[in-house]
Design a protein around this ligand. Sequence first.
Ligand code: NAP
Length: 262
Amino acid sequence: MTGERPPRVLVVGATGSIGRLVVTAAARHGLAVRALVRNVDRARPLLPDAEVVPGDLTDSDSLTAAVQDVDAVVFTHGSANGAYEEVDYGGVAGVLRALGDRRARITLMTSINVTRTEAGAYQGLMDWKRRSERLVRASGLPYTIVRPGWFDMTSPREDRLVLAQGDRGSGAVSREQVAEVLVQSLLSDTAVGRTFELFAVEGEPPADWAQLFATTAPDQRGSLDGAGDLAGPRWPRNHRASAGTSRRCRTADLDPHRPHHS
Ligand SMILES: NC(=O)c1ccc[n+]([C@@H]2O[C@H](COP(=O)([O-])OP(=O)(O)OC[C@H]3O[C@@H](n4cnc5c(N)ncnc54)[C@H](OP(=O)(O)O)[C@@H]3O)[C@@H](O)[C@H]2O)c1
């Protein structure tokens, strides 16, 4: 992200527990922050560092003004009422669609276990978040996908960050660490085209972010999955969106004229 004015980043889910920290971290790093919020009056005092704009992820018309002139988008949103298709997935589809031909940098936060098929009560959430990852990979935009471990289950001195791939590990990470990684991913070109899980372990904090991102493998060009993700069937046969997920990404959820990797 280069230019004469500070790059403008739209934070989606800006009033959330991660989103608020992303707003603060992005402003600290000199980015111009725009916060997408449902309730402007409630959000303004919470987000003094941001330009606050109204928008609801379930109302795609409300997203057009929010994406105007943005150089980057950080997605940190999440549905509190089980509206995974409409919010967790639909919000990503709506913002990507609203961006049109604008070549914004995208950072999407999802979760560890997003590729698992035995996630119990979380399966619906994980499946829709995984589909949102696929939309981002199919968009052709420069992206980073961050799958954090459990928020704030960390112990003192766990300042070292581990970026894992393949979604087989487990661990914790603080909300501040998640927010910093989301913002740093916009600032380092090495982060582009990568998907990784994020954990904190005992040790020193990162000194060189580009080097840290370079510890991961880039996603395979044209693939809808992250590097190291398990191959094979993704969705139960009777899942209503199981068939043609990748085709839907390209023809229904995104502008078909947008360039794709494949
Ligand atoms: N808990 C964990 O350990 C863990 C680990 C990894 C990943 N995650 C994932 O992290 C995600 C976010 O976590 P969080 O703690 O930051 O969530 P949160 O505090 O509940 O924040 C969710 C944000 O999404 C916004 N939002 C919800 N529906 C919206 C809509 N229709 N339009 C616009 N904005 C909408 C909320 O806005 P309002 O303020 O208007 O409601 C809020 O800003 C979750 O999806 C979760 O699955 C959690």
